[in-house]
Design a protein around this ligand. Structure first.
Ligand SMILES: Nc1nc2c(ncn2[C@@H]2O[C@H](COP(=O)(O)OP(=O)(O)O)[C@@H](O)[C@H]2O)c(=O)[nH]1
Ligand SMILES: [Mg+2]
Length: 257
């Protein structure tokens, strides 16, 4: 029997995907186990993946109206996929995470519970109990987040690079989407910056990044380092009035065209 769609769910879970055909079905199944008792909708925002991620998910969850699959062919890219998910969502809380098991699905219940204590709950590798399977990436990210981003932007958040978070939708709706949602993971710096500017309270909770079981990362680390640094300097220089798009941001945001 089809799972009925609730009128207005408590949580809208947004999963951006690009070539995650082998991860997406087990991930959604695991998320549903951990969201047991929490009314939810899952919005899969796929940028027309050549490996047919969207079609695989559509077939697997055809009978479950809580899972929506959206195929995006225009204006592609990670941040813009998240934005479209936000705009389509109806839940009181929006939860965003990667779709490749890097972000541990086992903590979604904790993110929802902690929403009672802050407007935004951020999964953090750098709290006690957090971590990352890739040791070198853990140390590079930790240094970058805590010795560059955090002091320059005056952020209290320790994991500024995470992108695994829950936020109250009424707070999110007050933010300038056009300024925030472009580029790749650097959109998260802008989100934190603008969320703080409107007085959003934030807490971090530990998360351990697992290795992705299948597929490969789309991140080009030298390119990301450059564009992330540009974004941070731009925010710092213009005190919340970012004026210059990162070089290349007039092109499609996705690294895969
Ligand atoms: N919709 C969409 N999702 C993307 C795009 N690029 C990456 N993703 C998704 O964003 C998440 C993070 O990407 P990933 O390649 O794992 O980056 P990494 O975790 O930094 O290595 C994964 O769920 C990807 O499927 C994109 O261009 N469009
Ligand atoms: Mg990943």
């Amino acid at each position: 029997m089809p799972t009925p769609q609730v009128a207005s769910p408590q949580v809208s879970l947004i999963l951006p995907t690009y070539n995650e055909a082998h991860n997406i079905v087990p991930l959604i199944q695991e998320l549903k186990r951990h969201l047991n008792g929490v009314s939810h909708e899952i919005l899969l925002m796929d940028d027309n993946s050549p490996d047919r991620t969207a079609q695989v998910a559509e077939a697997a969850f055809a009978d479950d109206s809580t899972v929506q699959v959206h195929i995006r062919v225009r204006d592609r890219g990670l941040a813009k996929a998240v934005r479209e998910g936000v705009e389509r969502s109806r839940g009181a809380y929006v939860l965003v995470m990667d779709s490749d098991f890097n972000h541990d699905p086992a903590i979604v219940g904790r993110l929802v519970e902690l929403s009672q204590h802050a407007d935004m709950v951020i999964g953090s590798r750098f709290c006690d109990g957090g971590g990352m399977a890739s040791r070198w990436r853990y140390h590079c990210s930790r240094l970058y987040s805590n010795w560059f981003v955090r002091p320059l932007l005056g952020m209290g958040v320790r994991d500024n690079l995470c992108g695994y978070y829950l936020i109250r939708r009424d707070r999110l709706m007050r933010l300038p989407y056009d300024e925030i949602f472009h580029g790749y993971g650097d959109y998260f710096f802008r989100l934190l910056w603008h969320a703080r500017a409107v007085g959003c309270s934030m807490i971090e909770t530990p998360v351990f990044y697992r290795q992705r079981p299948s597929g490969r990362s789309k991140s080009n680390l030298p390119v990301l380092l450059f564009s992330y640094t540009w974004t941070v300097l731009d925010l710092w220089l213009h005190a919340g009035q970012p004026r210059w798009p990162a070089p290349g941001s007039d092109k499609p945001d996705t690294p895969h065209g």
